[in-house]
Write a protein that binds this ligand. Structure first.
Ligand code: 4AD
Ligand code: MG
Length: 480
């Protein structure tokens, strides 16, 4: 006989058959009812033990957290709350869990704060909340690959170690094998990176975009989906030092095509989980409602989780230029009453999360695509508009999240790109290969980056980005 998953058993119509199942004991009640979970779904399967005929030593070892191998008959449940249960004929303890030790952990079956769960991130996936979040994370990532595969994109692996700073923000983690206490120095007394492992300064990538562009200009439609790293010291609920990014890049596509692609893509992946993760979403929706009860009215979610997801799928994203957005913000109530931390007074101001959320949550009340930003506040590679001061950039703003996608049409004109790089002191030697793309069959092309964890936050309703990635890396924290 082969072992079945709990998810499979719970869907079985055929009762009274002999089955085997392995999992972890969530609770053991009245010396009789084991709630068994194996991670295959949210629900536990109830396994009923006949304690009178059971070896007492084994019985004592059935404790919360223990790993067990159960054989028995699948039967219609006698009790309420489940359709089937297992009438246990034999139970083998695969791994004990000492109750004394368990009582100090989050395995103990009671409500724990998300902060406490974070301290035991190696165990938290055994809770309902985290198993649901992580199943959704997996499902979303499958949906992403599925979307691109269906639409003729090639999956491309951008390097993790690079010599360039794609975003030009200087927020990089250095990669080196030099001895920090005694590095080799050049004649000017500066660290001599020519003696380093790669013979030059290298860092962890902040984005795979520049490399993806080179591939789009050969394969047509590509995307990356990999880890990216940012050494920005922002300790917020929306920033990680290590996060996963999805970056499609398409040859011969302009900014309007880019917005169409991003909208279609976001709708597809959200519909996918609405269809395939109903049980986990229903649980997370309930969790959120529970959590909201302890919050003031104005901080509560405006609609239940699944309704919010359906809203994204069913409504057009509102497309608004940066210039229009600035006008709206300038004459908005929180700006006039100085409720914003950063007051918007003139064109050119960088938008903060508070402004983005005002536009999405208060003003438009739907996802917003902002486009044509001032060149000065955006990266060097974005295509300059005819006005000479805005670039073909777009950001997608989602309720509760703010910026979830950032993208642009790329500057395909060699002379304009060169001028821009000179202006920003970006050495041509570092990006000679990127400039080459503009010499040999250059063409209009565009792409965007979706922050995967921000997507998982949105889809699960979790409020802190540390709770949607297995082992979050943030300033002063790289545990596990
Ligand atoms: O807007 P960003 O910086 O854009 C790029 O990196 C471009 N190269 C993308 C492209 O055009 N191919 O980052 C893209 C997205 C953001 O919208 C946000 O969702 C996410 O990545 N992101 C972060 N997520 C978590 N933690 C951080 N520190 C993040 N920084 C950006
Ligand atoms: Mg951005």
């Amino acid at each position: 006989m082969t072992t079945s998953t709990v998810a499979y058993l719970l869907t079985q119509e055929l009762k009274h058959s002999e089955i085997e199942v392995k999992g972890w004991v969530r609770t053991f009640r009245a010396n009789r009812f084991i709630a068994l979970n194996d991670g295959s779904c949210l629900e536990n399967i109830q396994c009923v033990v006949d304690f009178e005929s059971m070896n007492e030593v084994v019985l004592k070892r059935i404790t919360t957290g223990a790993a067990v191998h159960i054989k028995g008959g699948l039967v219609d449940s006698q009790g309420k709350g489940q359709s089937v249960e297992v009438q246990v004929s034999s139970i083998e303890i695969l791994g004990d869990a000492d109750p004394e030790e368990v009582s100090k952990t989050i395995l103990q079956p009671k409500r724990h704060s998300l902060e406490f769960l974070r301290e035991q991130a190696h165990l938290r996936t055994r809770t309902n909340t985290f198993s649901a979040v992580m199943r959704l994370r997996s499902s979303l990532s499958f949906a992403i690959h599925s979307y691109f595969n269906k639409n003729g994109f090639y999956y491309m692996h951008a390097p993790i170690v690079t010599g360039s700073d794609a975003e030009g923000a200087g927020e990089m983690f250095r990669v080196t094998t030099l001895d920090a206490k005694n590095p080799p120095l050049d004649e000017n007394g500066a660290v001599d990176y020519s003696k380093d492992f790669f013979g030059k300064e290298t860092n962890l990538t902040v984005s795979g975009q520049l490399e993806a562009e080179t591939y789009a200009m050969a394969l047509g439609k590509v995307y990356t989906f990999g880890p990216t790293f940012r050494a920005e010291n922002s300790n917020t609920s929306r920033h990680l030092a290590e996060f996963w990014m999805i970056e499609p890049e398409v040859a011969f596509m302009d900014l309007v095509g880019n917005m169409d692609l991003a909208e279609d893509f976001m709708k597809y992946i959200i519909s996918y989980v609405l269809e395939h993760n109903k049980e986990d979403l229903a649980f997370l929706e309930q969790r959120l409602e529970q959590e909201d009860k302890s919050k003031p009215q104005n901080e509560r979610a405006p609609m239940p989780l699944t309704e919010k997801l359906r809203f994204i799928v069913e409504n057009n994203f509102k497309r608004v230029s940066y210039t229009e957005a600035i006008e709206i913000l300038r004459s908005s109530k929180p700006n006039k009453k100085k409720k914003f931390k950063y007051i918007i007074d003139k064109w050119g101001a960088d938008l903060q999360s508070e402004h983005e959320r005002f536009l999405v949550e208060q003003h438009f009340k739907c996802p917003v695509i902002l486009f044509d930003y001032p060149a000065k506040i955006k990266a060097f590679y974005m295509r300059l508009n005819e006005d000479g001061k805005t670039v073909r950039a777009m950001d997608i703003l989602f309720p509760g999240i703010g910026e979830i996608v950032g993208g642009s049409q790329r500057e395909e004109r060699l002379d304009v790109l060169r001028e821009k790089m000179a202006e920003l002191d970006i050495p041509e030697e570092d990006l000679w290969w990127y400039l080459d793309l503009r010499k040999y069959g250059t063409a209009v092309h565009s792409g965007f980056g979706l922050g995967f964890e921000r997507l998982v936050m949105f889809a699960t309703g979790m409020g802190n980005i540390r709770d949607v990635i297995p082992y979050p890396r943030t300033p002063l924290n790289a545990d596990f």
